[in-house]
Design a protein around this ligand. Structure first.
Ligand code: DCT
Ligand code: MG
Length: 399
């Protein structure tokens, strides 16, 4: 009714308010009908504006900026945006205005300014400029290939290469074995891996493990251990070990051999163990731990996957390539490796920082060291207890 008033149909509303009978002419009915249409239409537009997510989620926008600083090799800024993005991802509610973020840690001025712009307009000038930047786009494309890191991508970009066909046709480019496999299986391994596919791979690896030794311990780790909903991953990570001390490395090579014999190994890079307790504790955190591990591309048959392969409709091959990582720590290091490989990367980084800054302890994928002694742990719960922290489940470690 107020809207009708505004639109000048005051006679209608006044009469209704006074309870007078209203003589409605056809002309008026058409006006009211039109008005009703306008109101309904406005409600739909307004409703969708409220319920529709903004064009860009602030956490994704901050991730784009983090990535662009990673490409520019400015680690401090990269980490600051990644932290801010992680804080937003960890919130159980969606941020609707900047006031919702008051009191939250790790949100710097720059991150807040980007968020404010997005919350007000659905866009961020800086993020859109980054996304449309040729160098960012090219480095993003090149680093999406298995085996191509920011340094190689930068080198190719500086050499004037802009596309995969440029790289594959360039005479001076030597692709290593990992990169060759990355290009060969690009379509498959850049496609998300579903939970059903991860489960099927779990069964496949389990069969291989049991064939090598019946007393082995196999655990799913990485993103698939953290996800509870319908999430997808980019690879499937497993920890495998045995209770027989010193046999874990043989176990890993045994699994690789068996997968090879079954014709399921499309690519394998095996890194032997360089783990040595004598060299610990390490005061400098290294990107990769020292346990024996392998980076694989495995052939997964559709028939093994409940509900079929994800996103392979019409492709007709009946199989897909999937990236699989296996890590094999000695049994007494199992809890540390499991905690480290469960991630997320940001969670691990913050846990290590907490151990160092708040407890004066050193935590990594191998061990927890308290000033003068190593603390033993057989489960993740033991490690949380040593740190004086309440245990949190893997699905609470997603930020
Ligand atoms: N990790 C680690 N050291 C590394 C690499 C990874 O400790 N150098 C840990 C952190 C996460 C976990 O291992 C698995 O790594 P990814 O597979 O890269 O990540 P994810 O969390 O499983 O996510 P995605 O779905 O992208 O695989
Ligand atoms: Mg993973």
């Amino acid at each position: 009714l107020p809207a009708m008033h505004v639109l000048g149909i005051s006679w209608f509303t006044d009469s209704m308010k006074e309870g007078k009978p209203v003589a409605v002419e056809t002309r008026h009915l058409i006006e009211v009908d039109h008005l009703f249409f306008c109101l309904v239409h406005s409600c739909i537009v307004l409703g969708s504006a409220i319920t529709r997510p903004p064009l860009l989620f602030p956490q994704d926008a901050l991730e784009v900026l983090a990535e662009s600083y990673e490409f520019k090799e400015i680690p401090g800024r990269c980490l600051a945006f990644r932290r801010a993005s992680s804080v937003l991802k960890s919130l159980p509610w969606a941020v609707r205005c900047l006031r919702d973020t008051e009191g939250l840690p790790c949100l710097g001025e720059h991150s807040k300014a980007v968020m404010e712009e997005i919350l007000q307009s659905g866009h961020s000038f800086e993020v859109e400029k980054t996304l449309s930047d040729e160098k960012y786009q090219t480095l993003k494309l090149f680093t999406s290939v298995f085996g191509v890191g920011p340094k190689t991508a930068e080198k190719w970009y500086r050499g004037g290469l802009r596309s995969f066909s440029d790289v594959l046709a360039a005479p001076g480019i030597h692709l290593n074995r990992m990169q060759q496999s990355g290009f060969l299986h690009y379509g498959d391994i850049s496609r998300a891996v579903s939970k059903a596919e991860a489960r099927a791979l779990g069964n496949l690896i389990d069969e291989a493990v049991r064939a090598v030794t019946p007393d082995a311990v196999l655990a799913l780790t990485g993103g698939f251990r953290r996800y509870r909903g319908k999430e997808f991953g980019h690879d499937v990570d497993f920890i495998v070990t045995t209770r027989e001390p010193g046999k874990e490395e043989k176990l890993l090579t045994g699994i690789i051999e068996r997968l090879k014999q079954q014709g399921l190994l499309l690519y394998c890079e095996y890194n032997a163990s360089t783990f040595d307790m004598v060299k610990l504790p390490s005061h400098q955190f290294e990107a990769m731990d020292h346990f024996a591990k392998c980076f694989l591309i495995v052939r997964l048959e559709g028939g093994r996957v409940e509900g079929g392969l994800h996103g392979a409709e019409g492709d007709g091959r009946g199989w897909r390539a999937v990236r699989v990582d296996l890590v094999s720590p000695p049994m007494d290091r199992y809890a540390f490796a499991l905690l480290g490989w469960t991630g997320s990367r940001q969670f691990e980084r913050d846990l290590r920082r907490f151990a160092r800054a708040e407890r004066r302890m050193l935590l990594d994928n191998h061990t927890l060291y308290d000033k003068t002694k190593f603390l033993a742990a057989t489960t993740e719960k033991d490690i949380f207890a040593h740190l004086g922290l309440e245990y949190i489940e893997p699905w609470q470690r997603n930020a």
